[in-house]
Structure formats: C-alpha cells, structure tokens
Design a protein around this ligand. Structure first.
Ligand SMILES: [Fe+2]
Length: 258
C-alpha cells in the first residue's frame, strides 16, 4: 500500500512543478482557441447577444487573439446549418465592432457524428477549423457503430477529423489503445482544457492527464459555453497546471498566423 502511495505521488510530479503559479490569467501563450459556443442563440452556448459580448470580452481579457467558435451541428438538439452559423457569425462580428473587442473571430462547427452528418458529408462542404480540418464529436456513452466508417469517409472526402474531447468518451477509458488507433487513422485529438482541472470528473481528468503526459493531443480548446466555463479557464491559468499546457506543443498557434 505504501508502495502504491509512493507511486501515485511520484506520478503527480511534473517537470514544471517548480515554476511559480501565475497571478493573473493569461492564455496569450496559446493565442487561439478553436472550440467554443459563443454565437448568440443557436446552440447550448451563448443565449443572446449580451452573453456573446460577455464571453468574448472574457476571452479577450485572458489574452486570446483568435477564436474559431464551433456551434453544434446536431440534428436532434441543435439543427444548425452553414446558413444559421454564418448568420449568427455576422451578428457576433457586428457586436465585436460595436463593443471594440479586439478578437479575430471565425466560425466553424462541432459536428455530431450520426446519420445526418453522413448525409451532410456526402452533399455539402463542411465548415473547417482551418484548411481541411473538421471538428467532430459523438456519443459519450456508446461508441457509434458508424464511427470508423465515418472517419474513413471524411478522409476520403479530403478532410482531417479533429476528435473533440477524446477524454470524455467513457467507452474509451477501459480501451486506451483506441486513442492510438484514432491517431493511426489520421485523426487529431483535442483536449478540453477544463478536463485537466477535474471539471468533468476525476476519471476524465485521469485520462486527460495520461493523454497529455504521453503527448497524444494535437489541439486544445476551451469548449466554453458560458461564463462559468470562462471563469474555470481563468482558474486553470492561475494554477500549477498552467505550465503543463503552456509548455505543450499544441497546434493552436498555427491558427494565429504566428
Ligand atoms: Fe463543444
């Protein structure tokens, strides 16, 4: 038992443990966030224009300069289309101008993998994070039977899937090899930053810690829907874990043109 205790403690140490904890939240090291729900009134994120303004100001104050916001495209709950997303993006851009917010705000989508997505993929261009990269999510409880085929179809259509929050898919937890399999299939993996704080539960944090420590992630994102999420992100920036994020080679910087 003592041995286990020692092993656990030893595992928690990381090479940045000696660095001072920042006093003020500053995510300028990332520059860009590529997963959020900031467009007004079209999904379970910002409810209205006032919410959008508050969330964007919060991100600006934490040093983000570029946001690719990603409303859900999920036919059962948030039946967005390229048209609804572009229209809400236009509203957000006018709010940015009106309120003097200094952010480069682009819009893509977080596509939910289901039969509707299969149809979309076959019939119209998808909104991309950049180049050919498309953010996708799927059920957190059950592995969709069409997952492998859909990821293959996306690549056959010239897209590179970015798997949103892989740490949150419970059925992968006991099948850790699946993560490498997704990477071998050519997918990028995107960490939800709040997973590291334990926001989604300790078992999800444990998987996120392991994926991070093993260098499995490609992007990180806030997946912020509301001010509580933005506040928690500020908390992470002022915690010892900040340095684990700041020193990890996330691809987010490629979104800023830096
Ligand atoms: Fe999301």
């Amino acid at each position: 038992m003592l041995f286990n205790l020692f092993r656990r403690n030893k595992k928690r140490e990381h090479p940045y443990a000696h660095l001072p904890v920042p006093e003020k939240p500053d995510w300028s090291v990332l520059g860009a966030d590529m997963h959020s729900h900031f467009l007004p009134g079209i999904d379970d994120g910002a409810k209205n224009n006032a919410d959008t303004v508050a969330l964007l100001k919060g991100m600006e104050q934490m040093g983000f300069t570029h946001l690719i916001t990603t409303p859900h495209t999920m036919i059962d709950h948030h039946p967005n289309t390229t048209h609804t997303i572009r229209a809400a993006h236009d509203v957000a851009l006018s709010l940015i101008k009106e309120h003097g917010i200094k952010l480069d705000l682009r819009a893509a989508s977080e596509y939910y993998i289901d039969d509707h997505f299969t149809k979309l993929l076959a019939t119209e261009p998808l909104l991309t994070i950049q180049k050919n990269e498309v953010l996708v999510e799927f059920s957190m409880m059950f592995e969709p039977p069409i997952l492998a085929q859909t990821l293959f179809n996306m690549q056959a259509s010239g897209y590179k899937p970015i798997i949103a929050h892989p740490e949150r898919y419970l059925f992968f937890h006991k099948n850790y090899d699946k993560y490498q399999e997704l990477k071998d299939r050519g997918c990028y993996l995107q960490l939800n930053l709040l997973a590291i704080t334990g926001y989604y539960g300790q078992h999800i944090k444990a998987i996120a810690d392991r994926l991070l420590d093993e260098g499995m992630y490609d992007y990180c994102g806030s997946d912020a829907h509301n001010e509580r999420h933005v506040g928690a992100l500020a908390g992470l920036a002022c915690s010892p874990d900040y340095h684990r994020i700041a020193n990890y080679p996330f691809r987010n910087k490629t979104l800023t043109g830096r």
